[in-house]
Design a protein around this ligand. Structure first.
Ligand code: SF4
Ligand code: SF4
Length: 86
């Protein structure tokens, strides 16, 4: 399923924002430390973290803007922010 994140701007209608292109840092999830609580998914402002019925969480980089909120909120410190391209 493809997802678009849209926002109304001015009086010219709706624009799609390519928030993934804003990213300078990339969140990397360390599955060994993850306790599958889902808090990161709740806080991600662009819905880039998804979970399934088995509570396996993953980051979709298509719209991830690299804000680092997920890493900040993770109680297990299971997400590291690394410089894009490293
Ligand atoms: S907040 Fe941290 S521990 Fe919880 S699901 Fe996300 S990465 Fe895993
Ligand atoms: S860095 Fe920001 S946009 Fe990317 S997954 Fe984490 S909370 Fe979402």
């Amino acid at each position: 399923m493809s997802r678009n994140f849209i926002t109304p701007i001015g009086d010219e209608g709706i624009y799609t924002l390519d928030t993934g292109s804003w990213r300078t840092f990339r969140p990397i999830m360390n599955k060994d430390n993850c306790v599958e609580c889902g808090i990161c998914m709740s806080f991600c402002p662009v819905g880039s973290i998804t979970g399934n019925k088995q509570k396996i969480y993953a980051i979709d980089y298509k719209f991830c803007k690299g804000c680092g909120i997920c890493a900040y909120e993770c109680p297990s410190k299971a997400i590291d922010m690394v410089k894009e391209g490293d």
